[in-house]
Design a protein. Sequence first.
Length: 436
Amino acid sequence: MQIKTKIASVLAAFIVVLPLVGSAQTTNGINAFSPYTLYGIGELTVPGGASSRAMGGSGVALSSAYQINTLNPAASSFMLQKTVLFNVGLEAASFYDKNKTQKTSYYTGNLQNISLQLPLARKIGFMFSLSPLSNVGYRITEYDRRPEILANIGQVAYKYAGEGGVSQFSGGIGMQIFKNFAIGADLIYYLGNINRYYDTEITPITGTGSFFGVSAWTKEHISRISGRFGFQYCLKADMKRVFAIGATYQPATSLRPQAERFVQSGNIFGDTVILNNYGTNLSIPHTVTAGLFYATTKLGLTFDYSFQGWANSNQDDPANGVGFTNTHSVRAGVQIIPNALDARRAMRRWSYRFGYRYNTYYMTFKGQAIRDNAITLGLGIPLKMAGGTSLNLALDMGIRGTTRYELIQEKYLKLSIGFNFFAAPEEGWFHKRKYR
């Protein structure tokens, strides 16, 4: 009797973990803490796993037989035959926000990504991944300080809260169409829920009269399909060094969120309730990313540039001083491996990673651009003497925004932990066994 190969075990584990990750990414919860997520789809996450994040989030031109590269669908074509790659990642983050008068902090933790890569044929690979596209999370309280309000009504507090986000499921194929040149394509499914709450809290001072408070919530549901295309080309590849270029393109996608709004206002004598459903206009713009990759036996360098045309895809909100703007992102990283074959000193086989990231936020507030700068550090710790099974750590330290112009400055620390499992051909994952 024939039994299925070991690969079924990986697929089974993937199927078990997948709903847990999807639930963590699409159910209500705060995985970011930023007042800038009050609008749009929230804070866009840095793509890639822990190894990529440790290098500033770069790697669109990087191809490896031992690590999954979710930044470019073409990368899966360079994997070895009869191997399996599986990756799961976690993220913990702390946020410190301040303006000229106040400070606050918040801590979050969540599953960050899960991915699986398999060879379909010689020089053809398949990759599936689930990761967050964006996160929404904020808690804001504003007090009305106008003298006439304080004198005639009392203390009035406006409270805003939001949570949720959008996840992206992607599945794609990479194929080498001639030597050292590969193309790839992803099918992407966006799924998410974003909930926003508003409440007016009135504390009367005079003790006379009646005042109406207002409570409201809006729930947006997103379910939309998109795609992405990419290529990688190794200009030079030998035993001493590799030099490659790569690029991806994602066309604009209208998310068309379906929204439900509930508004309640009233006092002790009665309530007025409004409930309606409607569609909103929000799009993910076309995105172009290009990158370089250079490596020797000890050194690896990556550099990526990305452009997103948000200004041409979404409508501004002048009444609230919010505008969409095109974004530019620069990401660069360095990886050092002292001696990958050193059998005596384990730390010389480790990968030491450093990176830098600069990008602009996709919205402006009060006409001001929101800039984000971060440095990254990380380690890749092999769990076997040979092969790609490893534990990857990344620390992301950044500053976004400014306290000028009555805005918010955010400082954040994000720790990513990724487990990369590599099944080698000699381990028999694709061998069929017979029992009699």
